[in-house]
Design a protein around this ligand. Structure first.
Ligand SMILES: Cc1cc2nc3c(=O)[nH]c(=O)nc-3n(C[C@H](O)[C@H](O)[C@H](O)COP(=O)(O)OP(=O)(O)OC[C@H]3O[C@@H](n4cnc5c(N)ncnc54)[C@H](O)[C@@H]3O)c2cc1C
Length: 420
C-alpha cells in the first residue's frame, strides 16, 4: 500500500514539475532593447501583458547610427508616453535637412513646408535614446535585463517557438518571442528566415565637436555615396558616411578609423565644414547595413525593426520603422493574448499589416536610392528641387514619414519633379 502511495505521489510530483517547467513564465519575451524592442516592451507592459525585455549589451550602449529620427517618430514616442524621458536624454530638434548634390547644388528639405508647422525631426545620441526607452519600458512594468545574450530558441512538441535560451538566464518560456535584435538578428538566423541583404553598403559613424551647425542637418552626396552631418545636443555633431565598399578596402586603408577619415575627404562640403573639428568618440561601423527576411511571423514568434528587414537610412527609415513595427506588434498581440486567439491567425494578421504599412515606403526608399546612387540623376533633380517649393514639400513629407508614400509614387509627382 505504502509502495503504491509513494508511486502515486512521485507521479503527481513529476507531472507538476513538467507543467511548471513547460508553462510560460511570460506572455512575451522581446530579444533586443533597441528603439524597436524597448518601445514594444513599453506598449505591451502598459497594457498589462507580462513582458521580458533582454539585450546582450550592457546599457547604456553605443550604436553606429546617424542618430536622425523622422518627425513621425516623435508622435510614436508621445503615444508611448516617453517624450519626457527622451527630452531628458538630450534631444536636438531639427527643422529640416540640406541636401548637397555631387555638383555642389544645395536644396533644403524643411519639415515646416510639409504642411505641418509643428513638424520637426530630432537627433539624439543613441546610447542615451536607447537607454531612456529601455528604462521607460521598465517603469511601465516590463522586466528588463541587459547583459543577456539569447543563443537559442525553445520549441514545443508541435515545433512552435515557446521561449529562449541564454547562458545568463537559462531557459525562459513565453507565449510569444519577438525578435528585435537588429540587422544581424540571431532570432531570424535561428528561425532560418535570413535572406541576403538587398544592399551591401557599409555605414560608419562618429561624434565630433567644433562643427558650426544650426537646426538643419546636412546630407552630402558624392560618387553614389553619402555622408550625413547631424547636430546633436551639447555642440556635438554626428558624422556618418554610407558607402558601397569592399570590406578588404577597410583593412587596406589601415583599419576602420583611418578608412573613415579617408572617406570623409571624398565629400568637399564635409571637408569645408570640418576644418576645426575634432573627434570625440570611437568610429563605429556596420556592414552590410541592410537586412532581409523571407517571413516576419509564424505561431510563437514575430520580428520587428531591422530584424524584420532594413534597406537604407537615407530617408530616416530605420528608427521610425522600428518604432512603428513595435506599435504594430503591440496592437496585434494585446487583443490576441487577451482573447487567446489562434497563434497562426495572429501571425498571419501581423504579416499582412506589416506589408500594408511598409511596402510603399520601401518602394519610395528604393526610388530615392536610384537618385543617390547615380550622381548625374541627382545633379539633374537638385536645381529643380531648389526651385520648386511644392515638390520639395512633398519630399519633406515623405522623408518625415508624414504622408502615405503612395502620394509620391505616381506619374504626376514625377512629372513635377523631372520636367525641364
Ligand atoms: C551607420 C548607420 C547610420 C544610420 N543612420 C540612421 C539615421 O540617421 N536614422 C535612422 O532612423 N536610422 C539610421 N540607421 C538605422 C538604425 O540604426 C536602425 O534602423 C535602428 O537602430 C533599428 O532599431 P532596432 O530596434 O530594430 O535594432 P537595434 O537598434 O539594432 O537594436 C538591436 C539590439 O538587439 C541586441 N541584440 C542583438 N543580438 C542579440 C542577442 N542575441 N541577444 C540579446 N540581444 C541582442 C543588440 O545589442 C541591440 O541593442 C543607421 C544605421 C547605421 C548602421
Amino acid at each position: 500500500m505504502l509502495h503504491l502511495l509513494a508511486k502515486a505521489l512521485g507521479w503527481i510530483c513529476y507531472n507538476y514539475l513538467q507543467m511548471a517547467t513547460s508553462s510560460p513564465q511570460y506572455d512575451v519575451i522581446i530579444v533586443g532593447a533597441g528603439p524597436g524592442g524597448s518601445a514594444c516592451a513599453g506598449f505591451l507592459a502598459r497594457a498589462g501583458v507580462s513582458t521580458l525585455l533582454l539585450d546582450r549589451a550592457r546599457f547604456p550602449r553605443a550604436k553606429a547610427c546617424g542618430e536622425y529620427t523622422s518627425p513621425a517618430s516623435a508622435a510614436i514616442i508621445a503615444r508611448l508616453g516617453a517624450t519626457e524621458a527622451v527630452v531628458a536624454a538630450g534631444m536636438q530638434l531639427h527643422r529640416g535637412m540640406t541636401v548637397v548634390a555631387p555638383s555642389g547644388q544645395r536644396f533644403t528639405i524643411d519639415y515646416t513646408e510639409a504642411g505641418d508647422t509643428a513638424a520637426a525631426s530630432y537627433a539624439t545620441d543613441r546610447a542615451s535614446l536607447d537607454d531612456a526607452l529601455a528604462r521607460h519600458a521598465a517603469t511601465l512594468g516590463a522586466d528588463f535585463h541587459d547583459g543577456v545574450r539569447v543563443e537559442d530558441l525553445l520549441r514545443d512538441a508541435a515545433g512552435h517557438v515557446c521561449g529562449v535560451c541564454s547562458p545568463q538566464l537559462g531557459e525562459v518560456r513565453a507565449r510569444w518571442v519577438v525578435g528585435a535584435d537588429g540587422a544581424k538578428s540571431t532570432i531570424a538566423r535561428l528561425l532560418g528566415v535570413t535572406r541576403p541583404p538587398p544592399l551591401r553598403r557599409l555605414g560608419l559613424a562618429a561624434h565630433y565637436c567644433g562643427i558650426a551647425m544650426g537646426d538643419v542637418g546636412e546630407m552630402h552626396l558624392a560618387g553614389g555615396d553619402y555622408c550625413a552631418l547631424n547636430p546633436l545636443a551639447g555642440g556635438i555633431v554626428n558624422v556618418s558616411p554610407v558607402l558601397d565598399v569592399n570590406p578588404a578596402n577597410v583593412a587596406a586603408a589601415g583599419g576602420l578609423t583611418a578608412f573613415f577619415e579617408a572617406t570623409l575627404r571624398r565629400f568637399p562640403g564635409v571637408v569645408a565644414q570640418m576644418q576645426h573639428a575634432s573627434r570625440v568618440s570611437a568610429v563605429r561601423g556596420v556592414g552590410p547595413m541592410s537586412s532581409a527576411v523571407s517571413r516576419t511571423a509564424d505561431p510563437g514568434w514575430m520580428l520587428l525593426g531591422d530584424a524584420a528587414g532594413f534597406y537604407d537610412p537615407f530617408t530616416g527609415a530605420g528608427v521610425h520603422g522600428a518604432l512603428r513595427g513595435a506599435e504594430l506588434v503591440a496592437e496585434i498581440l494585446i487583443p490576441a493574448l487577451a482573447a487567446n486567439d489562434d497563434p497562426a491567425r495572429t501571425a498571419r494578421h501581423y504579416r499582412q499589416v506589416r506589408r500594408r504599412e511598409f511596402a510603399a515606403k520601401r518602394q519610395a526608399d528604393q526610388l530615392v536610392q536610384m537618385f543617390v546612387q547615380h550622381p548625374a540623376a541627382m545633379n539633374y533633380i537638385a536645381p529643380r528641387l531648389a526651385a520648386r517649393p511644392a515638390v520639395r514639400a512633398r519630399l519633406a513629407a515623405l522623408i518625415g514619414d508624414l504622408i502615405d508614400p503612395r502620394a509620391v509614387l505616381n506619374p504626376r509627382f514625377f512629372w513635377q519633379l523631372l520636367r525641364p
